[in-house]
Write a protein that binds this ligand. Structure first.
Ligand code: PLP
Length: 371
């Protein structure tokens, strides 16, 4: 660690590769790793490089800037935007050969025009909304898709949908969505519109809904070693890729009755040994963890006392006599026999592990390892 501040996140690229191999045990479909939001906080470029080495050739992102960043570093990989994409960026999309998920006719029209101007073909995937209610053509959009298929210089390589509830044990809704999707695909086929790649499954459906794997799957969270929900994907062997650590910056003992941090919300009931850790909500450690979250020190759990500040947080280390200035603190990861993972932290906050890893801010340097 050569940073002045001892707070860092370790990203184990070999764990990432092992998770990719585990996905291959679930499916024979093509795998398009989802690396949006800086690869769920893990760092897009190192993640793409590692997964490319593992065999992935196509990556999914949420937005144009993310696609451009990857294309610039790895011109030969295929990159697809799966989410929002305004039509005004057609020129860049066509120039950079980015595959676009299309959910409005106007996008396809703009891409067609631009592809014609640049003497190229624009590759698109049609997004279908079968129940997520977010973006996509609804099932009755057959005519619009037909019109897209007739546009010049457009290649419809794929068609896809997204499940709203494939991370529950009860797959009734997901099955209805799949049925609607396949019905639409069949109708298009009957109209002579043949689309080679149909895809629907994200992590949860990869694990528990093999009928939905179709021609390609779109794993995100399980690549990073986290389960898609509390019901699905726990104990199936994916390894967390990122750990989050810091070192104790300061230690003192306060007397019974003294308080800690803003608002004096923690008042010591007994003489308390307090460790200050130089990490706070500006690093993505949620302020809602004040007086409730835990971190690991010397293989033991230490409770966060008082409010989490912007840059610093205090722990009760009274029962961890070995804790001293410079001791490693594990916010996410394993220390001895104890482990705190993003799923547990998410439970303290009544949110999901996805949000925990995405929230670890850019201020926390990512250290890449291969263990
Ligand atoms: C984010 C996303 C995924 C990946 O989801 P996970 O649950 O992380 O596997 C797949 N498809 C779409 C459309 C997404 O937005």
């Amino acid at each position: 660690m050569d940073k002045a501040r001892p707070v860092w996140a370790e990203v184990d690229l070999n764990a990432l590769k092992r998770n990719y191999e585990r996905i291959k045990a679930y499916t024979t479909s093509e795998i398009m790793p989802i690396v949006k939001a800086n690869a769920y906080g893990h760092g897009a470029i190192p993640t793409v490089k590692a997964l490319y080495e593992a065999g992935a050739r196509r990556f999914g992102v949420a937005m144009l800037e993310e696609a451009l960043e990857i294309k610039q570093a790895f011109p030969s990989v295929k990159v697809m935007t799966i989410g929002f994409m305004p039509a005004d960026f057609a020129q860049t999309i066509v120039r950079e050969d980015i595959i676009t998920g299309v959910y409005q006719f106007s996008q396809a029209e703009a891409l067609s025009k631009e592809a014609l101007a640049q003497g190229k073909k624009a590759t698109i995937h049609i997004k279908v909304d079968t129940g997520m209610g977010r973006i996509g053509f609804r099932e009755d959009a057959l005519q619009q898709i037909q019109r897209i298929a007739e546009l010049p210089n457009i290649y419809i390589e794929g068609i896809y949908t997204h499940f709203a509830a494939s991370d529950q044990v009860d797959l009734t809704f997901a099955r209805e969505q799949l049925k609607k999707f396949l019905t639409l695909c069949d109708r298009l086929k009957a109209l002579g519109i043949k689309i080679p790649i149909r895809h629907a499954a994200s992590s949860a459906a990869i694990i528990q809904f093999p009928e939905a794997h179709l021609d390609m799957v779109r794993p995100g969270i399980i690549l990073y070693g986290l389960p898609p929900s509390l019901q699905v994907g726990r104990n199936v062997g994916f390894e967390p890729v990122m750990t989050w650590k810091a070192r104790i910056a300061h230690i003192k003992t306060i007397s019974a009755g003294e308080t800690v941090s803003y608002g004096c919300t923690f008042r010591a009931a007994y003489p308390t040994r307090v460790a200050t850790v130089p990490v706070g909500y500006a690093d993505g450690l949620q302020r809602a963890l004040s007086n409730r979250g835990e971190m690991l020190v010397k293989g033991r759990r230490a409770t966060i006392i008082g409010r989490v500040c912007m840059d610093q947080t205090m722990l009760d280390v009274t029962k961890i006599p070995g804790a001293e200035v410079g001791s490693i603190v594990t916010l996410l990861g394993t220390d001895g026999y104890e482990r705190i993972d993003a799923t547990e932290m998410a439970e303290w906050l009544e949110t999901i592990n996805y949000e925990i890893v995405c929230d670890i801010s850019q201020r926390v340097p990512r250290i890449y390892t291969e263990k």
